[in-house]
Write a new protein. Structure first.
Lengths: 302, 513
């Protein structure tokens, strides 16, 4: 118990990545004995390795994906940008997740996003289409007729919205966002990534982004969230374009609780979960936890 | 038969290249989609006359000229995709007895003279009638969007009815269609119905006379007829001919045996195929040239004069006052300054076909009558994709210059300005950041000023109000396309600041030329 308390306290105390690196051997040492963590924060040079280590640390892919599942992995493919520009999820993070799903005997893995720039350019320039396809996923562009109105009885900002059918019909959802700066939400990570399955004039939700994203989290429930922080975009987000705004962290964060993932993600930018309106709103509504000091966070060097 | 096979192959090649004139997610198309425009001597000649320079790729066009000089108008009979469509249309009707021929052969020469003399003084109307430009344009703007609309509509209907097997079958069919003949996204074009209708009329002329267009109107046919009038490859009738007249009935060019002319013959060789006596043959013969079509000196002068005068008629308009530029005339990136642009653009519509976001639309009278169907960016329909240079790649005449990706990202087609009476954060204290979010310049051209405002109850709110950085904005228009005020946006693009113009500028520091 003492060890866990120590872990919790240190996790809370640690913000920066330098600290993470310095302490990582210590965490490794204690890893085996710790109970299943809420979040796994994994740093390392190989993207394949850190994604696998992160998923393993929170229970392994078989905890989330069962034999025969139709899985949707939802990366951020929103922009006509290359991986170096850190505006879309890293293609290798996506392809590793695809591979993991198939290793857990998933029947089918779908990868798509309703992009902001031209969809063809986003899919190609992000590198995600090629990487996910090579890993065996079905990568398709959004088909406008395939949105279905979903009611959100407990929604406060949106009472119903058209959601992409493939999301509604999937057995399992995996959220695979990237951590980026955003002009309105301050940051965009896991919770905001689900905007990519909204139909209609979704731009309107920015009028009450906090509540709308929490509303969305009421109806879209991923079984696993893997936040890509291999490269993060620290300014001029979410579209970026200037390499000077990109910071290389070689890190991914995995968890079941999207709110917790976002709250941890905020620390990568020197912010806290409660600094982000939609994280606070979601936590207040009981959709997840944002208090990192109450979470079991496991940091791994892979 | 060899002719029909050749025509079919060229038509299929044309359609294939037409379908490939579409973004694949990179800045490369992978196929020489402008092939047919490049082999068109009329486009090359009129570009030379009006733009004072030859198109960049001239090889194929010289080949067509050389072939025509030796073999006559084989291009018309064997290659031209519009000619093949005319053939197909004409074949719908059962033709009996001697054909009615109006003998308006000279009309196309007069049209050619009118068009080229116009080109000489910088009026580019050639593309309106050039068959290749015409075909690409009317397919792009009219027929192809309609085809997509019907296919998408059918598939949507089947999807909505949701009847098990039929719906899954349609899903599969839709997938195949998407990968083959359908556009990536439904294209929408202003004047689509008009251009479809005009195209239909041109095709229906074949029911009056077969290949009416090719006989009487086609300026490319006239040019090739002129170039091929002395071709040694000729038709010859042997002594076996009993003047049964079957060849006259079948002739696609509508020429009588006794009045055969290389300039009017489409070299379809139906006459030889049909001849019961096998008395008609094509071969190389050294014999005096046939009498050419009587155009009339007076008519030539008239047509030439009209072409020269067209510049005066169409340019005396405030549209061409460089100090009063049209705010809505937002030309594609790389477009030449307006007069030079108009002198070159043949309105083939290839740029509109390839435009990633459907932003390029045909003008109606915004650029004057001479600018009819030239490309203009309409940001409410689509925006100019930041990393895309495809329109410059497909332009056959250099009206849109090919930019490097780096040049493209710096190129301004106009400037964004907010409508403070509509924009949500400006006029209504309502948070909205869509324009800033989508702004593509690495250092965003839209920035926020945080302003403390009061609502109607006196409550103070902090609102992020978007502002345009005039030094950065390229006028791409994505802020307009994506503005949540879906009817009239809270931000507008006008042409001011466009890189191509010296006069249409705002900032003291912008000195482009």
């Amino acid at each position: 118990m003492e060890r866990r308390a120590f872990l919790r306290n240190s996790a809370g105390a640690l913000g920066g990545l330098a600290a993470l690196e310095a302490f990582s051997p210590l965490f490794n040492l204690n890893a085996a004995q710790a109970a299943r963590p809420d979040l796994a924060v994994v740093h390392g040079a190989s993207i394949d390795k850190i994604v696998r280590a992160a998923v393993d640390a929170i229970g392994g892919i078989k905890r989330f994906i069962s034999k025969g599942d139709v899985v949707v992995i939802k990366p951020n493919i929103g922009w006509d940008r290359t991986p170096e520009q850190a505006a879309n999820t890293n293609p290798e993070v996506v392809s590793t997740l695809v591979k993991l799903c198939f290793e857990a005997s998933a029947k089918k893995v779908k990868v798509f996003d309703r992009t902001c720039d031209d969809s063809r350019r986003c899919y190609v320039q992000s590198g995600i289409e090629a990487a996910a396809k090579a890993a065996g996923a079905e990568v398709s562009h959004i088909d406008d007729k395939k949105f279905r109105e979903v009611s959100i009885p407990n929604g406060t900002a949106i009472k119903s919205w058209p959601i992409y059918t493939d999301i509604l019909e999937a057995d399992k959802l995996i959220n695979a966002p990237i951590a980026k700066h955003h002009g309105r939400g301050k940051l965009t990570m896991a919770l905001k990534n689900w905007m990519g399955v909204m139909g209609n004039d979704r731009g309107r939700i920015h009028q009450n982004l906090e509540a709308a994203l929490a509303d969305l989290a009421l109806i879209i429930k991923p079984c696993l969230t893997v936040l890509d922080a291999v490269r993060i975009l620290t300014a001029h987000g979410p579209k970026g374009g200037d390499l000077n705004d990109v910071k290389r962290l070689d890190t991914v964060i995995a968890g079941v609780d999207q709110v917790a993932v976002d709250a941890y993600g905020a620390t990568l930018f020197g912010l806290k979960g409660e600094d982000l309106g939609y994280v606070k709103e979601s936590a207040d509504r009981g959709l997840g936890k944002m208090d990192l000091s109450k979470l079991n966070i496991k940091k791994i060097e892979a | 038969m060899p002719r029909i096979i050749t025509q079919t192959l060229f038509l299929l090649l044309f359609f294939f290249l037409f379908l490939q004139t579409e973004s694949k997610g990179t800045d490369k198309l992978g196929y020489p989609v402008e092939l047919f425009l490049e082999m068109d001597p009329l486009v090359a000649l009129s570009t030379f006359l009006s733009g004072r320079s030859w198109p960049e790729h001239i090889g194929l066009c010289l080949l067509v000229i050389a072939i025509t000089a030796v073999l006559g108008r084989v291009f018309c009979g064997w290659v031209c995709p519009l000619g093949t469509l005319h053939n197909m249309m004409g074949a719908i009707k059962k033709w009996k007895g001697p054909q009615r021929v109006r003998n308006w052969f000279h009309a196309k020469y007069l049209l050619l003279i009118f068009l080229l003399s116009g080109s000489l003084v910088g009026i580019q109307l050639t593309g309106v009638f050039d068959p290749i430009s015409l075909l690409i344009r009317h397919l792009t703007i009219g027929v192809y969007p309609a085809f997509n609309y019907s296919a998408n509509g059918t598939m949507d209907f089947v999807y909505r009815t949701d009847v098990g097997l039929l719906t899954s079958a349609s899903d599969w069919i839709y997938d195949v269609l998407k990968k083959t003949v359908l556009a990536f996204q439904q294209p929408y074009f202003a004047q689509g119905a008009l251009l479809s209708l005009l195209f239909l009329v041109i095709l229906l002329l074949n029911l009056s006379e077969r290949r009416f267009w090719c006989r009487y109107l086609c300026p490319l046919g006239a040019l090739l007829g002129f170039l091929g009038r002395l071709a040694p490859f000729k038709r010859k009738t042997s002594k076996d001919c009993n003047s049964c007249g079957l060849c006259d009935q079948k002739c696609q060019g509508g020429i009588k045996t006794e009045a055969w002319k290389a300039s009017e013959c489409l070299y379809c060789m139906s006459c030889g195929d049909e001849c019961p006596k096998k008395a008609v043959a094509f071969g190389f013969y050294v014999k005096p040239a046939e009498e050419s079509v009587e155009i009339g000196r007076r008519n030539v002068l008239l047509a030439g004069g009209a072409g020269l005068a067209s510049v005066a008629v169409s340019r005396a308009t405030p549209l061409f006052n460089p100090t009063r530029p049209n705010p809505n005339l937002i030309r594609p990136p790389g477009a030449l300054p307006e007069p030079e642009f108009l002198a070159r653009c043949v309105k083939c519509g290839a740029c509109m076909k390839v435009c990633t976001t459907n932003a390029l639309q045909p003008t109606f009278l915004e650029a004057g009558l001479e600018g009819l169907w030239s490309p203009v960016v309409v940001p409410r329909v689509g925006y100019c994709e930041f990393n895309c240079t495809l329109c410059g790649q497909v332009c056959p005449t250099g009206a849109i210059q090919l930019l490097t990706p780096a040049q493209k990202r710096e190129w301004r087609i106009g400037t964004a300005m907010f409508d403070l009476n509509r924009c949500l954060p400006h006029a209504h204290n309502t948070p909205c950041i869509v324009c800033e979010e989508v702004c593509p310049t690495p250092k965003k051209s839209i920035w926020f000023k945080e302003v403390l405002v009061q609502d109607r109850n006196g409550q103070e709110l902090l609102v992020q109000q978007p502002r345009v950085d005039l030094k950065n904005c390229t006028g791409c228009g994505i802020c307009v396309t994506k503005c949540p005020l879906v009817d009239a946006p809270g931000v507008r693009i006008t042409s001011i600041g466009e890189t191509r113009s010296k006069k249409n500028q705002i900032l003291l520091s912008n000195n482009y030329y």
